[in-house]
Design a protein around this ligand. Sequence first.
Ligand SMILES: Nc1nc2c(ncn2[C@@H]2O[C@H](COP(=O)(O)OP(=O)(O)O)[C@@H](O)[C@H]2O)c(=O)[nH]1
Ligand SMILES: [Mg+2]
Length: 395
Amino acid sequence: MGRSWRNFFRRSGQEPEKPGAATDQPENETEAAEEGAGPSVATTLETAPSPVAEDNGEVDIPESPVTDEDVPPAGAPATAEEVQAAADAATEQSAGWVRRLRQGLRRSRESFVGQLNAAMAEFKDAEDEEFWERVEEILITSDVGVQTTAKLVAELEQEALERNITSGKELRELMIQHATRMLDKPIEMDLSHKPTVVLMVGVNGTGKTTNIGKLVSFLPGKIMLAAGDTFRAAAIEQLQTWGERTGAKVIARERGADSASVAHEAVEEAKRDGADVLLIDTAGRLHTKVNLMAELDKVRRVIDRQLPGAPHEVLLTVDATTGQNGLRQAKLFQDVAGVTGIILTKLDGTAKGGIALAIASEVGVPIKMISVGEQIGDLHPFEAREFAEALFGDL
Ligand SMILES: Nc1nc2c(ncn2[C@@H]2O[C@H](COP(=O)(O)OP(=O)(O)O)[C@@H](O)[C@H]2O)c(=O)[nH]1
Ligand SMILES: [Mg+2]
């Protein structure tokens, strides 16, 4: 079964809630995830610029936030009936999500799973070098990347030889296992701070604002939003629309205002108002690495001064349709923005789903969520095995 939002959010330092008392949990998740409930917020978009190549200037890599160790998820039911009901609901939700995920990855699957199927159908012998070359080629063209492909295929080949695997079916399962291992990282979001401050960063058009909007629906507690992308009027309006839809308060200033001062105001307001989570949107102009760094650094410093240790989470949106470009963006932002997690977006619009593997193996932060469409229910916690099956499974 896939991971649900409920066990995605951790509130360490808090006692597990009593059965049935988890009213602030997103109980209506399935409801919210229904088709049609999602937004179609029209936006004027700038096309994502290619990542900046020059690397000038000193980079102060911010420290990653400290997370506490294993804490049981809040709101676990106790009676047999409650357990059953929760399990049924989770299965239903998860089945719905798995369908969405598979549908979302359709283009990736069609483009290379077909080729992989054909190759695997002919597989007889792990000593067949030509076979492995063909698999390498297929993976590289699906944006798994040269380095990650080499690693994955070497591991696969070694195990296939050791175990004397001779059927394509077994090999496919092995592939899913190895991909899962590569993708599997701790992804939970720690919501124990009050307020927990989440900074959303990423290149324009990669899905920051819409995915903040979706995330609000799943976050437990009182949520506040900050329109830190003051560069585009549309970004401010877009966030306000999400605020109206979800009931979250939105802190916004006029276009052109200093985004660090919006962040400052938002943190003050979140503290005063007793918000549980503050989500801060940012502008994603990649004019130069130095400017980007300076802007994000200023926002971070302002937040940290008001609330030491914040932001507690820095989420980077990466547009899967940009393939290897997205991988470079992830590396760049990891350097300059202290990213703690990646949201891989637009997996539905691309045949480049393999990029998830490249990111997992080449970037030091986990993919925490993925997005396979524009509806609320299209955003989901990332689950390694589920994803590997949806990508490589023979369905
Ligand atoms: N198909 C698809 N579109 C998405 C996804 N995530 C975001 N978008 C769309 O991408 C566009 C840019 O998103 P936006 O949140 O404005 O990006 P931002 O500039 O980073 O804030 C919007 O039209 C979104 O609806 C996704 O997973 N799939
Ligand atoms: Mg935006």
